[in-house]
Design a protein around this ligand. Structure first.
Ligand code: V47
Length: 372
């Protein structure tokens, strides 16, 4: 039976969604503009259940941010500091390896490693860091360096992006996180992150990484000065690249947190907007397997509701998160596995712990086995 949507304009979209037909840019705009969030969520949930049934994935990971020193001064960011700032930090290799070992009883399956664009740390230093991690934790997946960091290494060392990626892969990078994409609109980038590679370059680095065999995630930063058109454009560009490479594994919409940034006059996003962003993503990104509701950014309560609005992942236990907490996130820095499982179960979903490649992980005390 055809559900009766409050917003009748959505009925043709339901036919497309049911038929597995791709949604257009105009459809995307309508999804952003309609007040009928339940209808958008209904359609997103259809797709989500068709792809993943009742499963919601989570993982056990540790974030490592080796430095917050950054040559860029992005107005969106509260994390990056100038080298002379007394509050700036840069960890030594030993500190990084020690930090990685903390929380080990949680049996971490992934290190998520990103940091500032440091003017002095060399690519060789980062490669030594990776080799040291691989030596000490051979079973842990290294999800490391955004497209922006890779672009910066290439510029700083005057070598090609391909060479940077080759060195990182040889040193142990297994995949790449999705950060730094922000929003591809050049008009907006000039204001919020004009020191970063541009949107086209971000996509070029991702394309090359995928061609060289690395999988990656992708993101969009929303809730600042972008328009609905900018958001649709961003999603459609990710979808087009995915058609070419099939290298994106997970998409994570990131809500802008204004505190302690030069854009702190902007109000933060709301629950309605955060949930809509998940649902629109599930509907527009028909070729990206997973949509993650990142609980650190959305709060656990909203990330839980998102599991019925298109999301099929809630991120992980995340030992120590800095980028969002520097920007005023009031969520905890970590959640225990049983807390995550409870959130998922109460949303009527089945929690499945995964590794980075979405293979289920089976736990025994202080150890894990990946089920292939
Ligand atoms: O690249 C920076 C964004 C990203 C702020 O790949 C901000 O699995 C909001 O990319 N307010 C880092 N956002 C986080 C990220 C991520 C998170 C979880 C999982 C994965 C993954 C990736 O956060 C940055 C930037 O886009 N960011 N400052 C801010 N004030």
């Amino acid at each position: 039976m055809q559900p009766i949507f409050d917003d009748q304009r959505l009925n043709p979209l339901l036919d497309k969604v049911r038929g597995g037909e791709r949604l257009s840019e105009d459809d995307g705009l309508l999804l952003y503009r309609t007040p009928d969030l339940l209808a958008v969520g209904y359609m997103a949930n259809l797709v989500r259940e068709r792809m993943h049934g009742d499963v919601t994935f989570f993982n056990v990971n540790r974030h490592i941010n080796p430095t917050d020193v950054c040559v860029a001064s992005c107005r969106l960011c509260a994390f990056g500091k100038k080298a002379k700032d007394p509050k700036a930090y840069t960890m030594s290799l030993d500190q990084i390896w020690t930090r990685a070992a903390e929380g080990w009883t949680e049996s971490i399956t992934e290190f998520h490693i990103v940091g500032g664009l440091h003017p002095e740390l060399t690519l060789d230093w980062y490669c030594e860091m990776l080799r040291g991690l691989k030596e000490r934790f051979p079973q842990v997946h290294l999800k490391a360096f955004t497209m922006v960091e890779v672009g910066y290494f290439a510029r700083r060392h005057k070598i090609s992006t391909r060479e940077v990626l080759r060195k990182l892969i040889d040193a142990g990078v297994d995949s790449m996180p999705g950060g730094g994409a922000e929003i591809f609109s050049e008009r907006v980038r000039r204001i919020i992150c004009d020191h970063k590679i541009d949107g086209g370059e971000w996509l070029d680095v991702a394309r090359l990484a995928h061609q060289m065999g690395l999988k990656s995630n992708c993101t969009m930063l929303y809730g600042h000065i972008e328009t609905e058109e900018d958001r649709v454009d961003h999603l459609v560009k990710l979808r087009a690249l995915q058609n070419e490479t099939h290298g994106f594994v997970t998409y994570i919409p990131l809500a802008f947190h204004p505190d302690n940034t030069p854009l702190q006059h902007i109000s933060g996003t709301t629950g309605f907007r955060d949930i809509r962003e998940i649902a629109v993503a599930r509907l527009m990104l028909d070729n990206i397997p997973h949509i993650k509701a990142y609980w650190v950014m959305m709060t656990p309560s909203v990330a839980q509701i998102a599991q019925r609005f298109g999301a099929n992942d809630i991120d992980g236990t995340i030992v120590e998160e800095r980028i969002y907490h520097d920007a005023g996130a009031t969520t905890s820095q970590s959640m225990r596995r049983d807390q995550i499982a409870r959130l998922i179960r109460e949303a009527g979903r089945e929690p499945v712990e995964r590794d980075t490649a979405y293979r289920p992980v089976q736990r025994t005390e202080n150890a894990f086995t990946v089920l292939v």
